[in-house]
Design a protein around this ligand. Structure first.
Ligand code: ADP
Ligand code: ZN
Length: 623
């Protein structure tokens, strides 16, 4: 297979005719042309950046040039049906091979594959590396009909990524067995460490790297201190996202169930999703989320990879994720369509304690734990910081940027107070308690002593006799909590997960005790102020997916088109957005096309969709 490929359609023609888009986005064109001519590529592009077209267009071009089948490796069996469905809607010959097919369907598909009567085949990594499948690929390869490999979600190969899948490691066979067949790896997340790991594991040393900006300008980041977390979440959804689709991440299965129930009781349309649910239930919930409007999915991180629903308007974290990669990846599922979206995270002392403990208690080796602690610290710094969230987030991915004016800190700069004195009082109390009683205590008890509260426990241990009893009576519990959180975050305090989360001094405590290190903290926002800010910040604070510019008549047409789209989607057993995006329907409603020609050129209407739906769309618009 040489490099002088002559496809019948140029890549921009494919973009226009098959997908209905006028222009390539960002680096898409460069990637597509590099891959069409047979180069290997590593593509790092944020969620919603348009990675799919980066391999789909080369797959189509190379197929037309007689180079055969592109194999797409994806870990997402549950989503392959919809991905392939979307390609069928665009008139592309794609199929998937996975465990959901019957034996008969699978062997029919294998025959088609051998005839290379297919542009793209989606399969999971464990399927591809079976002897049976490799034999099929061998046969294609011998005849020059194995066009290329696209390895999606490539971070799964790395244990530093947030979603390590050991099956991905076996993909080295592709390079060894089919040297010369172009390979591209794509991912939406990769810090320097993960990126290096992907290159090494998949042997992509010679691949050209295409690294896009990781900024998602339409996402507004907000990180709030937890007080009554569930109520805060509820207020956030009710004030800013009534009727919107969103995802709420929680750490445990039980919490997922609880929160889903609470949200339902408050009148929201919420569904739970976690690995402990029956697979059928899980799939049904995922389908509802994808196919119906306005569902809030309450989930563990088992949910979300590859979910390409474009109109998720918010992602909320009720528990802090493990690291920035996870946070970035999960929040990235909001606003793929480019319309305003919110990323909301509640965070508190307990999160810090839990995450530290999980690392300490994990069976991993010390080196691994050290990396994990470093990654957690970076996230804590982001949460504690009083400066632009986006600047910090992007800096983590080695990208320099300026304050964004679309995050909580930019929009409402928090006051910063000097917590050095409070920190010293807390640390010296921890020291004295340890001296006096010979054991360590948890945060609650220490704060009681500092604030001079005579609780049963204080009396029991005679801690009201300590010289530090009541020395911090002027501080609120909220303030002290904030100080403790930061001391733990910066390593000036240790939480012993093996011993009831008791607090212990560390090497770094001394510098704080001596006053050599200043402790600066964001001022806690009180609840009323929080409410005021939200109202004050509207209308821009409510990201709204509905096309605002449509007049009343156009709104009616838009609604009619949506109803029609819903029927088609149900008939085809596909999510509505696979038929047409909201933005496409809005453009139709606005322009009131009279002829098929008028429809052509509206973004998102390719040749196949024009042919399949053009007449009906005109009828619906004309009603
Ligand atoms: P990713 O896989 O990078 O998260 P997708 O490939 O799902 O992103 O693309 C995100 C959305 O952007 C999709 O709805 C896709 O149809 C749309 N899109 C991609 N490229 C273009 C383009 N060049 N012009 C218009 N829309 C595009
Ligand atoms: Zn900002």
């Amino acid at each position: 297979m040489g490099t002088d490929v002559v496809p019948t359609l140029s890549s921009s023609q494919i973009l226009r005719e098959v997908f209905g888009y006028e222009q390539f986005r960002g680096p898409q064109e460069a990637i597509v042309s590099h891959v069409i001519s047979g180069g290997d590529a590593l593509v790092l592009m944020p969620t919603g950046g348009g990675k799919s077209l980066c391999y789909q267009i080369p797959a189509i071009a190379r197929q037309q040039a007689g180079q055969g089948v592109t194999v797409v490796i994806s870990p997402l069996i549950a989503l392959m049906h919809d991905q392939v469905g979307a390609l069928h809607e665009a008139g592309v010959e794609a199929e998937f091979l996975n465990s959901t097919l019957t034996g008969e369907q699978a062997s029919a598909l294998e025959k088609r594959l051998l005839r290379a009567d297919l542009t793209m085949l989606y399969a999971a990594p464990e399927r591809i590396t079976t002897p049976r499948f490799l034999a099929l690929l061998d046969s294609l390869h011998e005849r020059g009909l194995l066009s290329m490999f696209a390895i999606d979600e490539a971070h799964c190969v790395s244990q530093w990524g947030h979603d390590f899948r050991p099956e991905y490691r076996a993909l080295t066979v592709l390079h060894e067995r089919y040297a010369g067949v172009p390979r591209m790896a794509l991912t939406a997340t990769a810090d320097a460490l993960t990126r290096a790991d992907i290159v090494e594991r998949l042997q992509l040393e010679d691949a050209q790297q295409f690294v896009s900006s990781f900024d998602r300008p339409n996402i507004r980041y907000k990180i709030v201190e937890k007080k009554d977390a569930t109520q805060q979440l509820l207020r956030f959804i009710q004030h800013e996202h009534e009727g919107d689709a969103g995802i709420v991440y929680c750490q445990s299965r039980r919490k997922v169930e609880d929160i889903a129930q609470t949200l339902c009781a408050a009148g929201l349309n919420a569904l739970p999703y976690h690995a402990g649910l029956d697979p059928m239930v899980r799939q049904t919930h995922q389908d509802s989320f994808l196919r119906e409007d306005g569902i809030v999915m309450v989930a563990t991180i088992a949910f979300g990879m590859g979910i390409d629903k474009p109109d998720v308007r918010f992602v909320a974290h009720l528990d802090m994720p493990k690291n920035i990669e996870g946070y970035y990846q999960e929040t990235g599922r909001a606003g793929r369509d480019g319309a305003p979206a919110n990323a909301w995270m509640g965070y508190g002392l307990q999160d810090v304690v839990n995450q530290r403990r999980m690392i300490d208690e994990s069976p991993a080796g010390d080196d691994f734990k050290q990396v994990m602690r470093g990654k957690l610290d970076a996230l804590l710094t982001l949460a504690e910081g009083a400066d632009c969230r986006r600047v910090r987030l992007l800096a983590y991915f080695d990208e320099a940027s300026l304050p964004c004016m679309n995050c909580d800190n930019c929009l409402n700069p928090p006051n910063v107070w000097d917590g050095t004195d409070a920190a010293r009082k807390l640390l010296s109390t921890i020291y004295r308690v340890q001296q006096a009683s010979g054991i360590s205590f948890g945060a609650g008890h220490i704060m009681d002593i500092v604030r001079g509260k005579t609780t049963d426990k204080v009396t029991q241990f005679g801690h009201e006799g300590l010289t530090t009893f009541g020395i911090g009576a002027s501080f609120s519990e909220l303030q002290l909590r904030g100080v403790l959180r930061q001391l733990i975050a910066t390593g000036a305090l240790n939480v012993d997960g093996q011993a009831f989360n008791t607090l212990q001094l560390t090497e770094q405590s001394r510098a704080v005790l001596k006053g050599e290190v200043a402790v600066r903290l964001r001022e806690s926002v009180s609840t009323p102020a929080e409410r005021k800010t939200k109202r004050g910040a509207s209308p821009s604070s409510k990201p709204n997916a509905a096309p605002l510019t449509l007049d009343d008549a156009a709104q009616l047409r838009f609604a009619a088109l949506k109803a029609w789209r819903g029927e088609v989607a149900r008939e085809h057993n596909l999510p509505a957005y696979v038929i047409f995006h909201d933005a496409t329907l809005a453009a139709i409603a606005e322009r009131v096309p009279q002829t098929l020609d008028d429809l052509q050129g509206i973004s998102g209407i390719g040749a196949k969709k024009l042919e399949a739906y053009g007449e009906e769309v005109l009828r619906v618009v004309g009603l």
